[in-house]
Design a protein around this ligand. Structure first.
Ligand SMILES: *Cc1c(COP(=O)(O)O)cnc(C)c1O
Length: 353
């Protein structure tokens, strides 16, 4: 080892789902939306003046923040936007989890949380989900330096109700409580109504799943003015221009088309409910998903075997080789055509085996 190498940061990074590129593939491994963004986004990209790209964008992404403010009826001062919710969450870890006490999050949840904790040197403690993969709210009644929960949780797909979330926020008013609502639009109950009651609450959402814009990288947080301004201060000490001009413009455009948004959600939810029934008939079981994915296990065939078999058919789903969930597959809800192909391949394989 060279001496300078001793100065390098060693960290095991988060590993996102693979982005394979086969013309015939069915990609159900990263919870993307199978439908295109709102038509206004395509129009915006066509009209966009390239001269604008020679200028720095508005550092506060004002246009996008104002549109979020109008849609969600929350003051602009209470909104932070970033490059996907991953960026927003990273900024929140840096800003809000500066206690010496450990932050708390479930043992099975979005696997980026422990990576950020390590990166930003935030002490943390994971709290086991129960046998049914449910969060136990009683476990969040101990001293902590902050709490982060995904609701609905990933990869379990389970949503908890507003009273459940409020119980945790209400009992933890000495720390910041973050609710990661990446999947909330697919049927969960948002914690947004609690914002006026609790200054220590942050609600984080994204354009990547329900708004079909994972490639644009837009995420946002709602919170009290106090906590939002603290996050901006940290962000502005690192990089003032995280949001690029096309993302600001297209994000604002997408928000205006509420009808299209609801139509896409409706299609994903209808497909999800049908696929639930069909998978059950094939011997799969799963928690009752309120997201755009299903977390399934089969009564007799190991998940890893199904994962490999599907992969050979160019059907990509997510498999986590980690304790407690290594016999589960996380399957994103695609179009009806994609899901029919998945079901057909599964039927064929299970029938022959
Ligand atoms: C997808 C996802 C995110 C991050 O999404 P972005 O694309 O960075 O907005 C955050 N949290 C959870 C639970 C997710 O599933």
């Amino acid at each position: 080892m060279q001496n300078w190498e001793k100065n390098l940061r060693e960290i095991t990074p988060y590993v996102p789902g693979e982005q394979p590129d086969f013309p015939d593939m069915i990609k159900l491994n990263t919870n993307e939306n199978p439908y295109p963004p709102a038509p206004g986004v395509a129009a915006m990209l066509k009209e966009m003046k390239t001269e604008k790209l020679s200028l720095y964008p508005n550092p506060c992404a004002k246009l996008l923040v104002n549109e979020l403010s109008a849609q969600y009826k929350i003051a602009p001062e209470r909104i932070f936007v970033g490059v996907g919710s991953d960026d927003v969450l990273g900024m929140i870890f840096m800003t809000c989890f500066c206690s010496d006490k450990p932050i708390l999050f479930p043992d099975i949840t979005y696997s980026f949380y422990d990576v950020w904790a390590k990166l930003f040197r935030v002490p943390y403690e994971t709290v086991p989900l129960d046998k049914e993969f449910r969060i136990r709210k009683e476990d969040y009644r101990k001293e902590n330096g902050g709490i982060i929960l995904a609701n609905p949780n990933a990869p379990t797909s389970i949503a908890e109700g507003l009273d459940f979330i409020e119980d945790i926020v209400q009992r933890n008013q000495d720390s910041v409580v973050v609710v990661d609502e990446a999947y909330i639009d697919f049927g969960g109950e948002s914690a947004l109504p609690l914002l006026d009651k609790y200054e220590n609450l942050l609600v984080v959402q994204t354009f990547s799943k329900s708004r079909s814009m994972a490639g644009m990288r837009i995420g946002y947080a709602f919170g009290s003015e106090r906590v939002i301004s603290a996050i901006y201060a940290v962000r502005n000490s690192y990089n003032s221009y995280t949001m690029n001009y096309p993302s600001i413009m297209c994000g604002a455009e997408a928000l205006k088309d509420r009808e299209y948004f609801e139509e896409c959600i409706g299609k994903v939810v209808a497909t999800r409910e049908r696929v639930k029934r069909e998978l059950r008939e094939l011997g799969f079981s799963f928690p009752d998903s309120k997201t755009n994915f299903l977390f399934v296990t089969h009564e007799s065939v190991p998940a890893e075997e199904l994962f490999t078999m599907l992969r050979e058919h160019h059907i990509f789903v997510r498999y986590f080789k980690t304790p407690r969930i290594d016999n589960y597959l996380r399957i994103t809800i695609g179009t009806d055509t994609q899901m029919n192909r998945l079901l057909e391949v599964l039927k064929g394989y299970l029938g022959k085996r």
